[in-house]
Design a protein around this ligand. Structure first.
Ligand code: FES
Length: 127
């Protein structure tokens, strides 16, 4: 088993090896978007892997191509639907601003927190 922590939400979940970060988020209701349904065709599942990145599958070219079009990409960026846990251990992630926005847009019945931003990010302007 591996433990996945969604840092900003203070949510942890134990999942078997083979689980993706997106699947882990769904098990505990962590607010990670998945507009394309997890088929590597959007970037709404964009997360920052702060700990345990070496426990995850390597990013393949398709994932890198999608991340090229994502917002605020960092060296820790992964697509949650493509980052699959390959070894036991502790993994900590922050859900990106674009992923949070997508999640709350997709789930209008879920109360939206006042500040959606991952730490260090400004909230998007409300226009
Ligand atoms: S959910 Fe669309 S790329 Fe991951």
């Amino acid at each position: 088993m591996a433990k996945v922590t969604f840092i900003d939400q203070g949510i942890e979940v134990e999942v078997p090896v083979g689980t993706s970060i997106l699947e882990a988020s769904k098990q505990v209701g962590a607010p990670e978007g998945d507009a394309c349904g997890g088929v590597c065709a959007c970037s709404t599942c964009h997360v920052y892997v702060e700990q345990g990145g070496a426990l995850l599958s390597e990013a393949e070219e398709d994932e890198e191509d999608i991340l090229d079009k994502a917002f605020d990409v960092r060296h820790t960026s992964r697509l949650g639907c493509q980052a699959r846990i390959e070894r036991e251990g502790d993994i900590s992630v922050r859900i990106s601003q674009e992923s949070l926005e997508a999640y709350y847009n997709e789930h209008p019945n879920v109360p939206r927190p006042d500040n959606l931003g991952a730490r260090g990010r400004r909230p998007l302007s409300s226009g």
